[in-house]
Design a protein around this ligand. Structure first.
Ligand code: SAH
Length: 248
């Protein structure tokens, strides 16, 4: 159980108050989660964070600090964003319990992440676009926003509850493992190049179509070999198609 929980990464993006980082570390440790990544925190390390960690200092001292969300999740095979409210462009959010079961199951195959936003403004649309799925903790719609560390506590708890249910996980060895976030970004960049090349897409305004394509492929949970097949098709398309014998 603990091994699976250790593969669930908590990512805090642009945290303003160091106390929230400390409280989040404490929330994680109580539930058996250990992998904390901080994206561009405003103040860290800090005495306030250590004080509120209340003994979870080991989580703080092993936390990685990175400049952008892409770097925090590049090795992940599934990434769930969190949001206090429904956003314009985003996919419909899911409930915490099924998300936790799904994450725990997927964690058998590689690192997975739950991403939390800034205290003041949450996650940007560009950051949400990096996520495979979105979770919303059901709160009173009239007062929907939880404190950041409280949201981490709720998600860490449902992950532990999923682990306690002994959710069945796929075998550790998979001949066709899931694609990492980094491999998917390679696919999206390739798509953009190919679609511009065949003049399906105006390079001046690629955003809407690319966002739709991202959501489609992120939701699908592609394997690494499926990504290679799609990239093979794109390479062939970029070269103007033709008989398979013309392939490199
Ligand atoms: N005004 C911001 C609130 C951010 S609260 C907004 O509306 O997005 C800080 C972070 O706590 C959020 O980015 C999210 O990661 C988490 N959070 C707060 N309430 C939540 C909820 N009901 N469901 C899921 N995550 C929540």
């Amino acid at each position: 159980m603990d091994e699976g929980l250790r593969r669930i990464r908590i990512v805090l993006v642009g945290t303003t108050h160091p106390g929230n980082i400390g409280s989040a570390a404490r929330a994680m440790k109580t539930m058996g989660l250990t992998d904390l990544v901080l994206v561009d925190p405003q103040r860290f390390p800090s005495a306030e964070a250590t004080a509120l960690a209340a003994g979870a200092d080991d989580i703080l001292s092993s936390a990685r600090i990175v400049p952008g969300l892409d770097e925090a999740i590049r090795d992940c095979i599934w990434v769930t964003g969190t949001s206090a409210r429904r956003r314009g462009h985003s996919v419909p959010p899911l409930a915490p319990e099924p998300v936790a079961r799904d994450l725990f199951r997927r964690a058998g195959q590689g690192p997975v992440a739950i991403v939390f936003g800034r205290e003041s403004s949450g996650l940007t649309n560009d950051e949400l676009d990096l996520c495979n799925a979105l979770v919303q903790i059901p709160t009173d719609p009239a007062f929907s926003s939880l404190n950041l560390a409280a949201a981490v506590q709720v998600m860490a708890y449902v992950c532990r509850a999923a682990a306690l249910e002994h959710v069945e996980r796929p075998p550790e060895y998979d001949p066709d493992p899931p694609a990492t976030q980094h491999e998917l970004e390679g696919l999206f960049e390739h798509y953009l190049r190919a679609l511009v090349r065949i003049e399906f897409l105006d390079p001046e305004k690629p955003r809407h179509l690319m966002r739709r394509l991202r959501h489609l492929y992120l939701r699908a949970g592609l394997s690494a070999s499926e990504v290679r097949i799609l990239r093979g098709i794109l390479t062939h398309t970029e070269r103007g198609g033709g008989r398979p014998s013309n392939r490199p």
